[in-house]
Design a protein around this ligand. Structure first.
Ligand code: BTN
Length: 261
């Protein structure tokens, strides 16, 4: 796996150091551990299987063999408050990589899920650590359902895999390299301004919520029409009074009016 990723890699610095484990508890946990040490920015932890894969909101990420599980360790010199924007940068790179490698058309469910035909294909878990000088490191963990053919009954309505969509087996190493190639470029663009101005248009093109009715699960629930993201990565939503409100990722949950998307 490690050698195959390297064969397909066209990056300047990202993924030059790869830590490969056949089986691990969670690639994010190892990436955070080495983040506390002096390990270089751009290091990628990859595993074939996870025994304790972690999702957002404290959920588990079931991680059988055949899919992609990896975490990228970054030490960006950006303002702490801008770090969560990296999740949107990663989502965009992930969407491009999957479309490039598999030729299936994917969309982004704000802020960072990749979906196909209303079902979730990938998840991203971004975790960061601070010290007295600001951001110490950021770990971007990515799980992609690649060659999985069956899903647990509990998630079979809302999850999909590349195989389930196109009936073909995909090389995980090649897909991870495609992500790293694209993400390095988008990351460099992002850190120059620390906003999404340069990536916003493409992100909004792929945004599944765009021009759709969404429900915002805030302290009080409200709904409106999503208009796209702004340069801060916030979702712009027009409520029924015609006012445009901004919704900040991580603070509240956004659901489509019909089901998962
Ligand atoms: C989500 O809940 O949507 C985020 C899922 C993130 C899963 C990936 S798999 C690789 C990395 N290691 C983990 O334990 N989680 C992330």
């Amino acid at each position: 796996m490690k050698e195959r990723i390297k064969e397909c890699l066209q990056t300047k610095w990202l993924g030059k150091n790869i830590i490969y484990e056949e089986r691990i508890d969670s690639t994010n946990l190892l990436a955070k551990k080495i983040g506390e040490e002096n390990v270089m920015s751009g290091t990628v932890v990859v595993a074939e299987q996870q025994t304790a894969g972690r999702g957002r909101r404290g959920r588990a990420w079931v991680s059988p063999e055949g899919n992609c599980y990896f975490s990228v360790l970054l030490r960006p010199q950006i303002h702490v408050e801008h770090a969560s924007r990296l999740t949107l940068v990663a989502a965009l790179a992930l969407a491009e990589a999957i479309m490039g490698v598999s030729s299936i058309q994917v969309q982004i469910k704000w802020p960072n899920d990749i979906v196909v035909n209303g079902r979730k294909l990938c998840g991203i878990l971004t975790e960061s650590s601070l010290d007295g000088n600001g951001l110490k490191y950021v770990v971007i963990g990515v799980g992609i359902n690649v060659n999985q053919q069956e899903f647990d009954i509990a998630i079979s309505d809302i999850a999909t895999s590349i195989f389930a969509e196109n009936g073909q087996l995909t090389d995980c190493a090649c897909l991870i390299a495609a992500f790293l190639n694209c993400f390095e470029c988008y990351f460099e663009q992002f850190v120059m301004t620390e906003d999404l101005l340069g990536l916003q248009e493409r992100y909004n093109e792929l945004l599944v919520n765009c021009n759709r009715e969404v429900r915002i699960l805030d302290v009080e629930e409200w709904s409106g029409v999503a208009l796209g993201i702004n340069e801060k990565g916030e979702l712009l939503v027009r409520n029924h009074m015609g006012e445009v409100k901004t919704v900040l990722a991580g603070e509240i949950s956004v659901r489509g009016i019909y089901g998962y998307v």
